[in-house]
Each structure stands twice: as structure tokens, then as C-alpha cells.
Design a protein around this ligand. Structure first.
Ligand code: DC
Length: 229
């Protein structure tokens, strides 16, 4: 079986990370959550007062990009990778609503994308990687052997995120989350730099009415079809 690159793109909160993580574990590949990288840069901006009312202080951020080191560590308890910003585990901090509300502004900046894409391409040099995001099949790995584009209705995605937050005992409002999901869809699809698009050769997966198990089975079958050829 050959080692391949698997690119999973799609809208926010449609379960990309869960399916990508599961697949990677199952087939022994490295999993990279590229959205977590943009979230970590956003957290850095918030911590350093470089963002206010959706406006990023780009002249201040640009020279600091070199100081922003993002890495992943495996949590031995859960077996899942967690995000570190300059050596500090920030997995919880990058999932807050405040980061979610600001990440689209940060991820729209050309020099931020350039830095993240370079790091992501480096991570895929040896193949054997599953990466999820918005531009993995179009920009980061345009020649990836397997590309999936995932979608689900905004209401279903908001409900999933709401359930996730309630489970973590976080304060959440469904309407606020739905608004955030729709707003992010708009920003992701309409930004100038690498807007969210389905790559021509990507397979479409609408998981609105699929269980996680069904999805997993479908994805594994796609992997086997491509990797065994
Ligand atoms: O997948 P996520 O919701 O954690 O992603 C966070 C944000 O980062 C999302 O608003 C879009 C952006 N993003 C991006 O622009 N490019 C990627 N490859 C991954 C995420």
C-alpha cells in the first residue's frame, strides 16, 4: 500500500476534525488540524492586543510572525494531538467563542496564510498525513492523492457545536453559535486569499444525515481505493 496525502476541506463545524483524526489513527497516519494553527495565531493576537473589533494590527503582527511557533503534542490520555503555541499547550484556549469569533479575520491575512501554508507543506513532505482545513486540497497540497470536501447544513453544524460546548460545561447560546457559523461560512468563502472552494478533483461528502460510523466507513473505503492502486 502506498503512502498518500489526504486533504479534507469543508465548512466549519461539520465534523472534519473528528473524521480526519479517526481515519489517521486507524491507518497510522499523522493528523494535522490546520484550523488549530490559525486559531493559535488568533489567540496570540488576542493575548498581545493585536486585534480589536475584527481589525488586526497587521504592521505589528508581521514582524512577530517568526516568534509564533506552532506544534502538536499527543495527549497520552486521549491519544489525540493537542496544539501548542510557543511550547505552551493551548488546546482549550483556542476553542473558545472569542477565538472562533476572531479567527476569520486573522486567517484572511495573506502573510499569515503564507507562513501557515509553508509549515503545513513541510509537515506533508514524507506523506502519510491527513490534514483538514479549508484550502488543503486547493492550495496546500494541490496534488494530494485523496481529497474530500465535507459539508452539512448550517443548523446541523451549529447544533453539533452547541452540544459539544454543553458537554464541556461551557456557556453557549444556539442562536449565537448559528450566527457565528453562518458568518464564518460567508467570510471563508468570500475572502480574497485562498477562499473556501471544493477542489475540482475532490469528492463531496454531505454528512448532514450520516452517523459518525457511516462516515468513518465511507472514508476508509475511499482511502483503501486510492492507496491500494
Ligand atoms: O476548522 P476550524 O473551524 O478550527 O478553523 C478555524 C478558522 O481557520 C476558520 O474560520 C477558517 C480558518 N482556516 C483557514 O482559513 N484555512 C485552513 N486551512 C483552516 C482553517
Amino acid at each position: 500500500m502506498k503512502k498518500i496525502i489526504i486533504a479534507i476541506d469543508g465548512f466549519s463545524s461539520c465534523g472534519k476534525s473528528t473524521m480526519a483524526k479517526d481515519l489517521a489513527r486507524e491507518i497510522g497516519y499523522i493528523y494535522i488540524d490546520s484550523g488549530a494553527m490559525y486559531r493559535a495565531v488568533t489567540l496570540y493576537c488576542l493575548q498581545n492586543n493585536l486585534i480589536k473589533d475584527g481589525v488586526v494590527n497587521e504592521p505589528e503582527l508581521l514582524p512577530r510572525m517568526e516568534q509564533i511557533q506552532i506544534s502538536f503534542v499527543l495527549n497520552p490520555g486521549t491519544g489525540k494531538p493537542e496544539t501548542c503555541l510557543n511550547g505552551q499547550n493551548v488546546e482549550t484556549e483556542i476553542r473558545t467563542l472569542e477565538v472562533s469569533q476572531n479567527v476569520s479575520y486573522v486567517s484572511a491575512i495573506a502573510f499569515v496564510r503564507k507562513a501557515m501554508v509553508a509549515q503545513q507543506q513541510q509537515m506533508g513532505m514524507q506523506k502519510g498525513i491527513v490534514m483538514d482545513g479549508r484550502d488543503i486540497g486547493t492550495t496546500v497540497f494541490p496534488t494530494a492523492e485523496l481529497k474530500i470536501f465535507v459539508t452539512a447544513s448550517p443548523e446541523i453544524r451549529a447544533q453539533r457545536r452547541f452540544d459539544e460546548m454543553i458537554q464541556k460545561n461551557e456557556v453557549a447560546s444556539f442562536d449565537e453559535i448559528l450566527e457565528n457559523v453562518k458568518h464564518r461560512d460567508y467570510l471563508d468563502q468570500n475572502r480574497e486569499e485562498s477562499p473556501l472552494r471544493q477542489a475540482k478533483d475532490a469528492l463531496l461528502l454531505d454528512n448532514s444525515h450520516m452517523t459518525i460510523a457511516e462516515q468513518k466507513q465511507w472514508l476508509l473505503a475511499q482511502f483503501q481505493r486510492v492507496a491500494e492502486n
